[in-house]
Design a protein. Structure first.
Length: 113
């Protein structure tokens, strides 16, 4: 795969319910999540509350609970759920032939609020 999509490796590098981080030179670190239902999502690895490392949070359904103060963040939208307010940028992701791809321009351009 070439062009707009960045190959970040095979799907089996992230076990279900876990995440890995992807450092980005000149940009925000990205967290790539694998849900228990087998979905993959990518977000900037900074909670919209106080920049907690979302990659170290607990994944349940399509949500990650921040490890610092337990805000729940939607993996689909990056929005804080419930009474909390805030949003973290999401990175378009696709899985093709067992590999994970991120939209290159979103990886480089991602900025946490
Ligand atoms: S930094 Fe994530 S809930 Fe406070």
């Amino acid at each position: 795969m070439i062009g707009d999509w960045l190959d970040i490796g095979p799907v089996d590098q992230i076990s279900p319910g876990n995440a890995r981080t992807l450092p980005v030179q000149g940009g925000e670190e990205i967290a790539v999540f694998h849900t228990l239902a087998g979905q993959f999502y990518a977000l900037v690895n900074k909670c919209p509350h106080k920049a907690g490392p979302l990659s170290q949070g607990i994944v349940h359904d399509n949500v990650v609970t921040c490890p610092l103060h337990s805000w729940n963040i939607s993996l689909k939208t990056g929005l804080a759920l419930g009474d909390d307010e805030g949003c973290v940028p999401t990175i378009p992701l696709k899985v093709d032939a067992g590999r994970i791809y991120l939209l290159r321009e979103a990886v480089v351009g991602a900025k946490a609020a």
